[in-house]
Design a protein around this ligand. Sequence first.
Ligand code: MG
Length: 337
Amino acid sequence: MSKKYEYVWLDGYKPEPSLRSKVKIDNSAVKWSFDGSSTQQAEGGKSDCVLNPVNEYFMLDRIRPDATRARGNTDMSATYVMCEVLDADNKPHPTNTRNKIKSISTDWWFGFEQEYFMYKDGRPLGWPENGEPREQGDYYCGVGCDNVVGREIVDRHTEACMNAEIGITGTNAEVALGQWEFQVLGKGVKAGDDLWMARYILIKIAEWHGVSINLHPKPLGQTDWNGSGMHTNFSNNKMRDSGSEELMNSMCDALGAVHSEGIKEYGSDNDQRLTGLHETQSIDQFSYGVSDRGASIRIPIYTVQNNWNGYLEDRRPASNADPYRIINHIVSTLDKN
Ligand code: MG
C-alpha cells in the first residue's frame, strides 16, 4: 500500500543551510532526486542531486487531530524522512555536513537547548505594532496571556515530536516575549538528525498560524533583549561512568585550545550574542567553571556532585548553528585527546 513520505534535507545556502522538503507517495523511502540548481547545490546544466534517506520518523498523529483540524489545520500523518544530499555520482555533496560525522560512536550523547523567536509581520509574536512590550522579567516560564504567546504552537510541536519518537526532553517559554526553547537529546549522529527534524516540524506547524520561526542569535540587535543560543550538553561513556575533575578540565582545555575554530562552527552572527552580557562569555575569550553561566563551558553542579561523572555544557553555539558541525567540532577535538 502506498504511503506518504515527506523528504527533508538541507540546501546549499550560506552561512547556514535552510530546510527543504517535498512529498513522495510510494511503498518505501528510496533514494530520490531534486533540482540542485534551485537550492544552490548544482549548476543548471548538471542540476540533479540525490536525496539519500538516513532516518525515518513515523508520525501517526492520533493525539488530538480534531482540535487542530477545527482551525483549518491539516493532519501531520506521514513518514518524515531525514535525508543527506549526494551529488549525481552518489558521492557526498560538499554541503553534506552530516557525512563528516556519520561514523561517530553512539557513546556520544548530545542534548541541544534550541532557543528561537516566533515572528509575525516582521516583529516578535505578541509585540505591539509600535515600540516594545514591557521589559524582561515576567516572560521566562511565564503563564497567562499577558506573559506568553504561541503556546498552542509549542504544545502541538511537543506532541508531534513525541509522536514521531524524536528525543524531545522538554520545552519552556524564554526571557523575551515570543521567545521559546525546546530541548532534544540524542546519541551519535542521530542527535543531529533529531534536531533538524524537530526544527522542520516546528516551522511546519507555525506555518499554519502564519508565524515564522526566527533562528537568528540576536534578532533584536544590540538592545537589552536576550538573544537565542543553542547550549550543547555533551558526554561520552568515560565522562558518564569514570569521570574525574582532571578529565573534565582536560576536555575544557582541549576545546579552549581550538576556541576560534569552534566559533567558526557554532553559527554566524554569534558575535552579536556572545558579548559578555546576558549570561554569555565574550566571543574572543574562553573560560570554564562550575555552575558558571557566564563561562564558555559550564561544568554542571550535577556532574561535580555525582563524583565528577556526568556531562559538560558548551554555551557558545548560536541558535542558528548546524548541529552536525557542532558535533563534528566537539567529537573531533575530544576523540584526539
Ligand atoms: Mg534557555
